[in-house]
Ligand binder design. Structure first.
Ligand code: ADP
Length: 154
């Protein structure tokens, strides 16, 4: 089985995240969207809310599972027997970051392969951080968030 883990905060899921998963779906037998408990980022939505939003967005894709996890991503991958990590890249700063993480992951887990997909141009400026800011200030995020997730926000 080709199992990939797509780890992230997904706080909340955006059209950019959704697009990465949908484009990667044909490449793997199963994709586990893994909601990490991130201690450094200021969280907007609870773990349960983030999982519920993701499950609603990917309800039509039987090969996509949603799980939350804490601890090292590499350890979680071992636990679920994933051979691939999936990440999305928007720009050169994402590239720098993903490159560093991928190289360190390779040292920790030589059998785990990081795969990256580049974002579509129209999603390259979408970030969860900015979406949270807009929500906090009562703005409309329907251009940035999948419709199924929007229902949880409104
Ligand atoms: P993290 O806290 O690990 O950065 P995120 O939830 O912000 O988690 O993102 C998860 C993954 O999705 C990362 O690889 C990130 O680069 C990617 N990503 C975030 N926003 C977009 C977007 N608009 N288009 C494509 N990929 C994205």
């Amino acid at each position: 089985m080709r199992i990939a883990v797509f780890p992230g905060s997904f706080d909340p899921i955006t059209l950019g995240h959704e697009d990465i998963v949908r484009r990667a779906a044909p490449l793997f037998d199963q994709i586990i969207v893994a909601v990490g408990v991130n201690s450094t980022k200021k969280s907007g939505f609870s773990n349960e809310e983030r999982v519920a939003m993701l499950e609603a967005v990917f309800a039509d894709l039987p090969s996509v599972k949603v799980q939350s996890f804490s601890g090292l991503t590499a350890d979680f991958c071992k636990e679920v027997e994933a051979g691939w990590l999936l990440r999305g890249i928007r720009n050169s700063s994402d590239f720098e970051y993903e490159c560093t993480i991928a190289q360190m992951t390779k040292k920790l887990s030589p059998n785990l392969e990081t795969t990256v997909l580049f974002t579509k141009e129209e999603y390259s400026s979408i970030s969860s951080t900015v979406v949270r800011e807009i929500i906090a200030n009562g703005g409309d995020v329907s251009a940035f968030v999948p419709p199924a997730a929007l229902e949880f926000i409104q």
